[in-house]
Design a protein around this ligand. Structure first.
Ligand SMILES: Nc1nc2c(ncn2[C@@H]2O[C@H](COP(=O)(O)OP(=O)(O)OP(=O)(O)O)[C@@H](O)[C@H]2O)c(=O)[nH]1
Ligand SMILES: [Mg+2]
Length: 894
């Protein structure tokens, strides 16, 4: 007794700790409140455990208690005398009362016990104690009220039990005696009920309050740790526990990873895919056998199953058979959760009520009711199989070339063949139209073949991800990439695409090399490009020739000492002049280019003209022109790379190298819409790629690039990107001295034009609250240019006042103080301020050289970090993430 009293403060401490462990913010508590009452500490000598030589073996209770609980329900009063090595039996006094939840009992008993001696350990609902120790085993009244657990009540902080006569029953505690746990009629302890319910309600409130006080990211039980501490999550209430607390908080886990108060409650549906997949943490804490047992119950116990009555299809509540049919069909709805769905039985389209379709499932199943016209909340007056389709679907149909004028009503079969209502002939097949797949992917609409693959992929995915616990909540994160023409978006897209793996082995993007056919078409494209660059050179040559001739003539007229006859001969040729054969070829090529038929001359041109191209390139006039390439505005910077290899490229046997493919213009679709999937291993944060585990699950991303041209009138295309996680805007740093014509004949500075586009994008309602990453691209060009051309060429940058250091070296890019770096910071700040003035939010900026895969990779990883911060925003102070990112990527500005 004294022991108890003297340890009072310790008990209280533990009580406090425990109260938090059982924190609960799961489903509403709608069951009967427990019938137990706080009692005076002096009155509990009863429920005691005495250990003998051979202690209760580890985890003895779970197998013992389970079969009993399976048969019984709702215990009211439990008196126990438990001795080591004993088999615990439970007696049902009143046949009507049965224990509700098996495991809760074992957990209840043990995780709530106190350890006055300080030597009794309580892990995962199992008692471990040393010889000769005595302690009280406190069990709360009714076991159907699982929430009794963890509530500290009364000054002693101990819950006790009352017998019929109001006294606690004392067992004799003999080590030899088999322990008996008696169940008593519920009513007899009725008077405790009110008192406790009050206590309990208060405690729940308290717990909820303390929930808001707890620092996010720390353990819900001990409040220690941060977001990086490994934690196990309750599959009902999402409470997170560190490895020290998890077993205490979750007890013996009779329904899997639920904290004790959540036992018996349905799981959080977002966790369904992770059921039965053990986490690393549990693997460290428990034996294989235990893990198998726990994961099995987690997956198969009744409480964790999807309930048919919670699923509605076309407005009708499903019965168990229908749910089974849905779950077991060849293409089931992915990640089915409780909810209301619509199902187009003809085409197999499936979606959430009021939303666009999300997948294709097996068609023709007799599940739920008939589809309703407003099932997906469409307002387009265009119908598919009696459902008014959504705006996005209409857009998809239009892009697929389906005539949608006149509010048609289509019948679409499971194979995609469609016809208009009232007409007999099939008009075509939706899914076989070129480009539909890309459009569907980008617009987040399902595509049939993919839907099937997706299901399989997903299943595998979950299996693969088993080791690390729950899967990510999304399959693929979408990033939208937009930029002013020529800013480098296609290059960035190419860098992110699987092909970069081909020449950059250290990048772990998933690779799928180009097929022969693809390589052939890329080859033609590069050859066409190089002819075009050549054409630009030839045009330039003509201009330079004319300029130098007129210069010469001017000089001549001043120089009277030269005789007329001889000067005529000399002045006809300049260093830019070419011979008649090359001149004829040049005229022909420029004519073809003017007619816009350059593509048509390939591949024949490579056979016929390769020798001429070689001759032309080696000609001094062309070389002289090439040396003045910076004066040729329309020649892209990348042209030099290709022109330097023009002799090889123009040959019929040319095979593009991976670098050629990367640098080539025009490989991504020119209609403005292109996307690529890439992935990162989960743990990869910086350059330690070699250390990355190749089996580690990958996080998948989809980079969608929309050309400024493709955004449509009033940027209506942007509406289609509602599920994008982050928008990436790309700016060409070297645009500051360039001008373009926006159609009204007035030249506009390209940097200003880029800012105007930026403004239109960020002010689109779809991007309200979305994170923006600004990529300042072509840093290499800025470095070259800024030495020659001041930044103030752009009116927006007229207040740029660089600090000129006497050691200034533009190439010292690492120092961060080169002129180009100062310009970069200045431009970044300009954009950040502009963004802030329009949105009141923060813009993330990263510096990129589009031709350098490392920097693109870095920027994409940075985008990923931003997404993570976005998710965990509430958890951290701003200073925390600033530090993190500056450490990670010095060229990124927040
Ligand atoms: N020097 C240099 N050139 C780059 C860089 N990034 C892209 N380029 C080149 O800039 C040109 C335009 O890049 P694109 O990626 O085609 O630009 P875009 O945003 O797709 O623009 P459009 O082609 O007009 O759609 C290409 O020739 C690229 O090779 C860079 O960081 N440095
Ligand atoms: Mg491009």
């Amino acid at each position: 007794m004294e022991g108890f009293l003297s340890k009072k403060s310790e008990i209280e401490e533990e009580e406090e700790e425990y109260a938090f462990a059982s924190e609960y913010d799961g489903p509403p508590l709608n069951y009967e409140l427990p019938r137990a009452v706080p009692i005076d500490i002096k009155r509990i000598p009863t429920a005691s455990i005495v250990a003998s030589e051979t202690s209760l073996s580890d985890r003895l209770l779970l197998p013992v208690v389970q079969p009993i609980l399976a048969k019984t329900r709702s215990v009211d009063i439990v008196d126990s005398i438990v001795s080591p090595n004993s088999v615990i039996t439970f007696e049902e006094i009143d046949g009507d009362e049965i224990i509700d939840e098996i495991s809760s009992f074992s957990t209840l008993g043990f995780s709530n016990s106190h350890d006055p001696s300080g030597e009794l350990f309580d892990t995962s609902g199992v008692l471990e104690f040393s010889t000769g120790q005595e302690c009280s085993l406190e069990l709360s009244g009714r076991i159907d009220s699982l929430d009794t657990l963890g509530f500290s009540t009364g000054s002693s902080g101990v819950l006790g039990f009352e017998k019929d006569d109001g006294n606690l029953e004392c067992g004799n505690g003999s080590p030899k005696r088999t322990a008996v746990v008696k169940f008593r009629d519920a009513d007899s302890s009725g008077r405790m009920c009110d008192e406790l319910s009050q206590v309990e309600s208060e405690t729940i409130l308290e717990r909820r309050e303390s929930d808001t006080r707890v620092k996010k990211g720390s353990c819900y039980r001990c409040f220690k740790g941060n977001r990086f501490t490994e934690k196990e999550v309750c599959i009902v209430c999402n409470a997170k526990y560190c490895s020290n607390c998890v077993l205490r908080a979750m007890g013996s886990m009779p329904e899997g990873r639920k904290c004790v108060p959540c036992i018996g409650y349905p799981i959080d549906e977002s966790k369904r895919a992770g059921l039965g997949k053990c986490s690393r943490m549990l693997k460290k804490l428990l034996s294989q056998l235990e893990i198998r047992q726990i994961m099995n119950v987690e997956k198969f116990c009744d409480a964790n199953q999807l309930q048919a009555e919670n699923v509605y299809v076309n407005g009708v509540q499903l019965c168990q058979e229908e749910l089974l049919l849905l779950q077991c069909c060849p293409i089931p709805p992915p990640k089915l959760k409780p909810g209301r769905y619509w199902y187009d039985k003809v085409s197999g389209l499936w979606g959430k009520e009021g939303n666009k379709p999300c997948s294709f499932i097996s068609p023709h199943m007799n599940v739920g009711g008939a589809i309703m016209p407003h099932a997906s909340n469409g307002n387009t007056r265009v119908f598919i199989n009696n459902r008014e389709i959504t705006k996005v679907e209409l857009r998809m149909l239009q892009l697929a070339g389906v005539q949608c004028a006149g509010n048609p009503h289509f019948w679409v079969d499971e194979d995609g063949s469609y016809q208009e209502e009232g007409q007999k002939n099939v008009k075509g097949n939706l899914w076989s139209k070129a480009g539909t797949k890309l459009v569907c992917t980008v617009l987040s609409l399902p595509f049939p073949s993919k839907a099937t693959n997706l299901c399989r992929e997903e299943t595998n995915d979950h299996i693969n991800r088993g080791v690390t616990g729950y899967p990510e909540k999304r399959m693929t994160e979408k990033l939208l990439l937009v930029g002013y023409s020529g800013s480098g978006t296609s290059t960035i897209l190419k860098q992110a695409s699987p092909l970069s793996c081909l020449f950059q082995a250290k990048i772990l993007y998933k690779a799928e090399p180009f097929s022969e056919e693809e390589r052939e078409s890329i080859k033609l494209m590069i050859q066409t490009n190089v002819y075009r660059y050549l054409g630009v050179l030839l045009e330039g040559r003509e201009r330079f020739e004319e300029e130098s001739l007129s210069q010469m003539r001017e000089n001549q007229s001043h120089d009277h000492s030269v005789t007329v006859g001889s000067s005529d001969e000399i002045n006809d040729t300049t260093i830019y002049s070419i011979g008649p054969r090359l001149k004829a070829f040049s005229d022909w090529l420029l004519k073809v280019m003017m007619s816009g038929n350059l593509e048509a001359i390939f591949p024949a041109a490579t056979r016929e003209y390769a020798p001429l191209v070689e001759e032309l390139w080696r000609d001094a006039a062309i070389q002289a022109t090439f040396n003045r390439k910076s004066e040729l505005q329309v020649l892209p910077s990348i042209a030099s790379y290709f022109l330097e290899q023009v002799v090889d490229i123009s040959r019929p046997d040319y095979e593009p190298s991976n670098a050629d493919i990367l640098y080539a213009e025009g490989i991504t679709s020119s209609n403005g819409l292109a996307c690529t999937d890439f992935s990162f291993p989960q743990s990869r944060r910086d350059g330690y790629i070699d250390a990355a585990d190749p089996h580690e699950p990958l996080l998948r991303y989809q980079l969608i690039r929309v050309h400024a041209r493709g955004l449509g009138e009033n940027f209506k295309w942007l509406e289609m990107f509602e599920d994008v996680r982050i928008a990436v805007f790309c700016v060409d740093l070297s645009d500051y001295d360039q001008f373009c014509d926006e159609g009204n004949g007035v030249p506009v500075n390209k940097m200003v034009a880029s800012r105007t586009l930026f403004e239109s994008v960020i002010s689109h309602p779809i991007f309200d609250n979305m994170e923006f990453l600004l990529i300042l691209n072509k840093f290499d060009q800025l470095e070259q240019k800024i030495e020659r051309v001041p930044l103030s060429q752009c009116e927006w940058f007229d207040d740029f006042n660089p600090l000129i250091s006497c050691h200034r070296s533009n190439k010292s890019s690492n120092s961060g103080s080169s002129l180009a770096h100062q310009a970069f910071y200045y431009i970044a700040v300009k954009f950040k301020r502009y963004f802030y003035s329009l949105t009141g939010r923060k813009l993330y900026v990263s510096l990129v050289n589009g031709l350098d895969p490392d920097t693109v990779d870095g920027a994409l990883r940075y985008a990923r970090e931003i997404m993570k911060w976005d998710e965990e925003r509430a958890n951290f102070s701003t200073s925390e993430y600033s530090v993190y990112s500056t450490e990670q990527c010095s060229d990124f500005i927040e």
